[in-house]
Design a protein around this ligand. Sequence first.
Ligand code: ADP
Length: 262
Amino acid sequence: RLPVLVGGVIFQEQPRQMVAFMLDNSARKELEQRKDDFISMASHELKTPLTAVKLQVQLVRKRLEKHSQHEAVTALTRVEGPVNQLERLITELLDVSRMQAGKLEYRREPVDLNELLREVTAPIRHLHPGRTILISGSVQASVIGDRDRLGQVFTNLISNAIKYSPNAEAVEIDLARSKDAVMVHVRDHGLGIPREQIERVFERFYRVTDLGQQAIPGLGMGLYIAAEIVKHHGGTITVDSAVGKGSTFTVILPLLRAALSS
Ligand code: ADP
């Protein structure tokens, strides 16, 4: 038992509660740390065998294709979908861990956002044939940053816009610029986010508690990752939303010229 000694004076009732509170707090912190360490270790441990599975599947696919084994190739394609989905989840877990530990590295290169938005939209269109994804505002707008990480931000926002629009409503992306900043809007006409939860969607592992959202699978990492990346680029990410009407996520980043002179 720790002595109930605060500032050299032994108290009776109050401080005993205070010490208990302090112990509670440090125990909680240690538990948090252990949880973070566990997530980091678990995602590393999961990634290695999954990468091996992925490589083997690719190898087998090549061999089967060479011998025109079409049926087997089709069967293998059904394995690749879930394997890729698992890989995305584990990569997100690893990203979250690295961000928590401040260990994520960013490149610094000029990135043309107009080009990037078209590039990240292509595979999403491919995954969701028939969905309308409109891009407007073809302005020239470059920023300084990590192309892959910025691509991840927009992939997350556009994928969410599609995912949380269960009636397959259109998704609109708009690119605009001012003198020293570039603004990207990703708008959907889907479920929308309740006002009292809107601030929380960028928190790590937070998911909206409404039944509509809960019915859609996810782990609440995408927006946390997006917000961290945008913050790292000196930008902001915000959301405007109404339940039953839809949501608009807005990313603002400093323009290349502005970024260079600051
Ligand atoms: P998840 O993997 O759960 O989608 P995110 O971090 O990307 O994680 O999003 C956090 C939560 O915010 C989601 O679980 C969902 O409840 C809500 N959300 C995100 N984007 C939208 C959207 N476009 N429309 C409605 N709700 C959204």
